[in-house]
Ligand binder design. Structure first.
Ligand code: GLU
Length: 591
């Protein structure tokens, strides 16, 4: 694999640049001059609270996001009376600059909104779509064998139509209070004047240097003069500043049917491992509103994004099963037996049934039906790990034969939670899929590799897989932007990156907050113990390791791992309390 990538790199570097590649390859300006992109005083206080295990408190508004610059941009909008949707746009455009490996204009997102005035919940689907020219064999070789993961990821093949710009525009159309152009100011200034490369970005660039070298524009930005960006380098992104100026002035039209659209298509089609994305795909992109999916837990409604995400269904299944069981406390291995096997049962259903419901039937109501979940919870009453776990039979009027999905989901992504002065709540998980997406860059932003969230296999023994590739289809996601309601009013907004581990990260944080009395900062910091497919993953270097002997005695295979969530949450009551995952660089800011 490494050999193939080096070979591609060599070929690419030897080939003459196209006009567009030449335009994209303008080297960024990097220096180590201090002062650019300095933070305001609230950031130091927020970081101190986070390291002390304390939530940040506010009374009127709050934002929790994965990078201090992004939280500050959103906070400035909220402090001036802007809506949570406005603040999201300001934060997202900054995240695309300072945390480019995780999300941005070239990616997709799911947004959950609670409207304080009407009491209504809305979910918007800004997921990437497969090109109209894609076939179920997109990720198979000439013999129909699934490609290796990174052979599929790197290059044009994995790029779906980006949804994030259209989602930003739709959120602003519905809920915006601040003039659209203002929402781009902070990101444009930072892109023009520069920001300090964070430790996390520098580490990920160094780790991924070989793949970042494959495409010339990407290499020029992240590996200037051939060397990876270093922590503290002041990085400018003039191409991104120009893209933001265009979006601020002209809206998203240039992105979906103008010059930027043409650049995206050319980049995908001319890349190594070329893709079939076309201008038609971009111009046809829409942001559907989907019905929210809710499950009950301890008298609350835990609500989020339905298909094409498995997030709310699988979080809802885990919590819905545990609603029938005494989940005592995080030190008790018996607690983790029930939580772990509830996770395995949820993942069995997810692999069999969940995909884009516009393309395949999905038993959405049946999967979170309380009677079905009570029956599944009955399987958890023993005292040993379940020997085997199979998908259940939720109520469904489409008794169709399906076989289980196969797709590899590795973590990157970002989550933003916001409460505004009017009491509206926004929870949005945003992604370009793998760290640095497809590794293709144009106009200052990276293009996603979201299509590798499809199953690479389309069927087995003639029986189809629900999450197979199809033209115009959206790949199944695990993203679980969540809003929890009690008596119809919001009490918590939460979500995380983490590939398919997002589901247990979010479910367990809700349990820790609701059942174990942890404050929201402690809940998002709780050491992880995660079971999706049978292996029990314990977070290495944390007290979770102490669970190993007891879990092994119950019959689990235990692995110690780096479990890199990025939970960002806000507890909503008389006081707003924000929590930011200590495993990443984010903070909560509020007033
Ligand atoms: N692409 C993944 C999904 O939509 C998210 C990846 C991640 O969290 O890192 O489920």
């Amino acid at each position: 694999m490494r050999a193939i990538i080096s070979c591609l790199t060599a070929l690419l570097l030897a080939a003459p640049l196209t006009a567009q590649q030449a335009a994209d390859t303008v080297a960024p300006e990097v220096s180590t001059v201090a002062g650019a992109g300095a933070h305001g005083p609230a950031v130091a206080a927020a970081l101190a609270a986070k390291s002390a295990g304390l939530p940040v408190e506010g009374r009127t508004w709050m934002i929790a996001a994965a990078n201090p610059h992004a939280a500050e941009a959103g906070a400035a909008i909220l402090a001036a009376g802007g809506s949570a949707a406005d603040a999201m746009i300001a934060a997202q455009t900054v995240l695309g600059l300072v945390e480019p490996q995780s999300s941005g204009l070239g990616g997709g997102a799911f947004l959950v909104w609670f409207d304080a005035a009407t009491g209504e919940m809305t979910t918007l689907d800004g997921r990437e779509t497969a090109p109209l020219a894609a076939t179920p064999r997109l990720f198979q070789d000439a013999d129909g064998k699934p490609l290796g993961f990174f052979d599929a990821v790197v290059g044009g093949r994995s790029v779906g139509t980006p949804g994030t710009p259209a989602l930003m525009a739709e959120a602003h159309r519905r809920w915006g209070k601040t003039p659209w152009p203002r929402l781009f100011d902070d990101a444009t200034r930072l892109a023009r004047d520069g920001f300090a490369v964070s430790p996390r970005l520098a580490a990920l660039v160094a780790y991924d240097a070989e793949r970042l070298a494959v495409h010339s524009a990407t290499a020029a930005y992240f590996l200037p003069d051939g060397a990876p960006l270093a922590e503290g380098d002041i990085l400018k992104n003039p191409a991104y500043a120009e893209t933001l100026r265009v979006l601020a002035r002209q809206g998203t039209r240039p992105f979906y049917s103008g010059r930027i659209a043409a650049d995206i298509v050319r980049t995908v089609q001319e890349a190594p491992n070329a893709g079939v994305l076309s201008l038609a795909d971009l111009s046809l992109y829409t942001v559907p509103e989907r019905p929210p999916v809710c499950a009950s837990f301890r008298g609350m409604d835990v609500c989020g994004m339905g298909p094409p995400s498995s997030g709310a269904l699988s979080v809802g299944q885990i919590l819905g099963m545990l609603d029938h069981l005494p989940v005592t406390g995080p030190e008790d291995p018996e607690t983790w037996r029930m939580i772990g096997d509830a996770g395995r049962l949820a993942f069995a259903d997810r692999g069999r049934y969940i995909a884009d419901s516009d393309h395949v039937p999905v038993p959405t109501e049946g999967l979170v039906d309380p009677v079905y979940l009570a029956q599944r919870a009955g399987l958890l009453r023993g005292d040993k790990a379940l020997d085997s776990v199979a998908p259940g039979q939720p109520e469904w009027d489409h008794a169709r034969a399906l076989v289980d999905d196969e797709s590899l989901e590795l973590p990157s992504t970002s989550h933003i939670s916001i409460v505004d002065v009017d009491g509206n709540v926004l929870s949005m998980t945003t992604t370009i899929e793998n760290a640095f997406g497809s590794r293709l860059m144009t106009n200052g932003f990276l293009l996603n590799n979201e299509l590798t969230d499809f199953s690479f296999r389309s069927h087995r023994d003639g029986v189809p897989i629900a999450n197979r590739v199809a033209p115009g289809k959206r790949p199944r996601s695990s993203m679980a932007p969540t809003i929890v309601l009690r008596g119809g009013r919001p009490v918590l907004a939460i979500g995380s990156p983490g590939g398919s581990r997002i589901i247990p990260y979010v479910a367990h944080s809700i349990i820790a907050w609701a059942d174990w009395g942890l404050n929201i900062q402690e809940a998002v910091a709780l050491p992880h113990a995660v079971n999706r497919f049978g292996t029990y993953d314990l977070e290495a270097g944390t007290p979770a390791e102490a669970l190993q002997p007891a879990l092994e005695a119950m019959g689990y295979t235990v692995k110690l791992r780096d479990l890199n969530s990025g939970l960002h949450a806000i507890e909503i009551g008389e006081v707003l309390r924000g929590g930011a995952d200590p495993r990443r660089e984010g903070i909560a800011l509020g007033r």
